[in-house]
Write a protein that binds this ligand. Structure first.
Ligand code: KG4
Ligand code: ZN
Length: 337
């Protein structure tokens, strides 16, 4: 077997995978989530994350020893993400590359998320992707594995961040997305009419901070008397406004973009309510909606390998001395990933 070893440590998941370069088969996928350790802080603490990666990554690598001779390249996330966390993965990837004398491939985490749609499958291009994660909210036109054009971006918070903050305001724990989705199932989405962001603006962009503040004001209004049913109703009404916003802005792009294929990627793509809304929109615009396997919606090393296999097949490698953590840049609409 010709294997690629991949490492992902951009945030609070330590993940290592082995993928067969020729068949695209996932041979091993190991992951240690730090959710519990960050829970008491209501969000990710970078210093703690990096210390936990430093312990978890070598432990995971140890399990892959029997495969070392079959590894032909090592891929690692270099950006965007928490720099102290990314460093842990990059240092390990450099050591493996040197020790095994195999090439190294630096991977953009966002391109990895997009390629999560093609795990154990051939890639499709062009394709439109809605990337909704803890750090990003973007609509991207994927021309090919290297050329990815941002068509719309958030001007403030990301969708995942908004879910996490609303959950924190309701004292529901971290990460907030899955908890809010579950609470919303028991709630009345029409009880509170939260404003749909940028509803009357022609701008093709996303914004979540105004909605988040509207939710905060409502929680303050309910005060200490807030009941568990109130929380479910807030979760459902919030989610309704988020979906309406995502659909409204995506519709503007769908109207002029003839790309046939569409996919939602990133942590928030695990959300069934959002997926259902987009299924209907794709039907209306005659687009084929693809989906990511649930286990690959959140951060994982398999998606990093999947993108890196494209680079490997095109003989695109990085120089070990120049590979390093890249600073995270805010990319505006019209720029390329
Ligand atoms: O892609 P991801 O694992 O990490 C980043 O690259 O940021 O995304 C994590 C985000 C978190 O904000 C989490 O609350 C959100 O994805 N998330 C969800 C759901 N599952 C995870 N948001 C809404 N509904 C979900 N079911
Ligand atoms: Zn991610």
């Amino acid at each position: 077997m010709n294997l690629i070893l991949s490492i992902e440590s951009s945030c609070d998941d330590s993940s290592i995978a082995l993928t067969d370069i020729d068949t695209l088969e996932v041979i091993e996928h190991l992951k240690i989530s730090q959710e519990k350790q960050h829970q008491e802080y209501g969000g990710v603490v970078p210093e703690l994350a990096s210390r936990l990666h430093a312990v978890a990554l070598p432990n995971l690598l140890e399990k892959l020893k029997p495969y070392f001779k079959q590894i032909k390249a090592v891929a690692v996330t270099t950006h965007p993400g928490l720099s102290v966390s990314l460093h842990e993965g990059v240092i390990m990837a450099k050591a493996i590359s040197t020790f095994l004398q195999v090439p190294i491939i630096g991977v953009n985490h966002l391109k990895g998320h997009i390629y999560s749609a093609f795990i154990e499958k051939e890639a499709i291009a062009p394709i439109l992707a809605l990337l909704v994660s803890g750090g990003h909210t973007q609509i991207i036109r994927v021309h090919n594995y290297k050329k990815m054009e941002i068509l719309a971006s958030t001007i403030d918070d990301s969708v995942g961040e908004a879910y996490d903050k609303v959950a924190k305001m309701l004292n529901l724990g971290y990460p907030g997305g899955p908890i809010i989705e579950q609470m919303a199932l028991k709630g009345d989405e029409n009880r509170f009419s939260f404003p749909v962001p940028l509803q009357n603006s022609k701008q093709i962009a996303f914004s979540l901070s105004g909605l988040k503040n509207a939710v905060r004001l409502q929680i303050e209004k309910l005060g200490e008397e807030i009941t568990s049913q109130d929380k479910c109703d807030i979760a459902a009404s919030f989610q309704k406004a988020v979906l309406a916003h995502l659909l409204q802005k995506s519709k503007k792009i769908f109207k002029s973009d003839t790309t046939k294929d569409f996919v939602i990627v990133g942590g928030v793509s695990a959300n069934k309510y959002i997926n259902e809304g987009f299924k209907k929109l794709c039907k209306e615009f005659d687009k084929k909606m693809h989906s990511v396997k649930l286990e690959y919606t959140s951060d994982n090393a398999v998606m990093i390998a999947r993108w890196a296999i494209e680079a490997y097949k095109n003989n695109e490698f990085d120089k070990i001395e120049s590979i390093s953590v890249k600073p995270s840049k805010k990319l505006a609409s019209g720029s390329y990933l």
